[in-house]
Design a protein around this ligand. Structure first.
Ligand code: GLP
Length: 243
């Protein structure tokens, strides 16, 4: 596992965008697995900037990790909306090349199956991840089991509380989501996990230094051979390395 510790999110985002550019330029139809939350925003800013500087994204396929169940794609806290605001609307990504789970599907189980089919057709070259304060990746929450396929998940109370910062009231936070499973994440060629701030220090230390356990979902990244953790000094502060 490679670890890079930056002074700030801005510099970290530029680094991740450079990683993405090298992946994009190496493939005819590159596939990026994308995440939401505050952590990847500096990456999206830098990627938009690279696009303005000439990086063509018209052949890039994007596959998002997750979406809330029950929020329309127009809802400002839906991940569809997040992706439009932070990336899609500012680049030449083609809408037919951008995939997010359908949290409004009548048949959610079928929507999950279809999403796995999308991932099967478009193996992920670079997976961007954030990490929840409880160690979740995508919305794979700490549990006795980690599910390999795309599935419906009931969000843990700590996730609802953490994501309440984006909503007017905690009761507005959806309690369920669709998330890709750990198979889609682990099958990506390369993974970059972004985490910033002191509130992520404990979980980063657990995920990196502890055993691989289903109650710390991000710890499974220890099993992947090409993972880079992109941190700031605060989130890296419990790792026993001298930076
Ligand atoms: C949400 C997303 C996760 C993300 C997490 C962390 O729960 N489903 O994919 O990693 O938030 O968010 P943040 O980066 O805002 O701390």
């Amino acid at each position: 596992m490679k670890i890079r510790v930056f002074d700030n999110r801005h510099d970290a985002g530029i680094y991740v965008a450079a990683v993405a550019e090298s992946v994009i330029e190496a493939k005819v139809q590159p596939v990026l697995g994308l995440a939401t939350g505050a952590s990847p925003i500096s990456f999206y800013d830098a990627l938009v900037n690279l696009h303005r500087c000439g990086l063509d994204l018209s052949n890039v396929v994007t596959i998002n990790l997750d979406e809330y169940i029950g929020l329309s794609i127009e809802h400002e806290q839906s991940y569809h909306c997040f992706m439009r605001q932070n990336l899609f609307d500012h680049t030449n990504l083609r809408s037919e090349n951008t995939y997010l789970p359908n949290g409004m599907a009548d048949d959610l189980a079928f929507a999950c199956e279809q999403y796995d089919e999308v991932i099967r057709r478009h193996p992920i070259d670079l997976q961007i991840l954030g990490i929840g304060v409880n160690g979740h990746i995508g919305f794979n929450e700490p549990d006795d089991l980690l599910l390999s396929k795309t599935h419906i998940v009931r969000l843990r109370q700590e996730t609802v509380e953490s994501n309440a910062r984006f909503f007017e009231h905690i009761d507005d936070v959806p309690k369920e989501a669709i998330t890709v499973g750990v198979q889609a994440i682990l099958q990506a060629d390369q993974i970059v996990l972004m985490a910033f701030g002191a509130q992520k220090a404990d979980i980063i230390a657990k995920a990196v230094l502890g055993s691989v356990r289903t109650d710390v979902p991000a710890s499974i990244l220890q099993l992947h051979r090409h993972v880079t953790l992109v941190l700031d000094r605060e989130s890296a502060s419990k790792l026993p390395m001298a930076f």
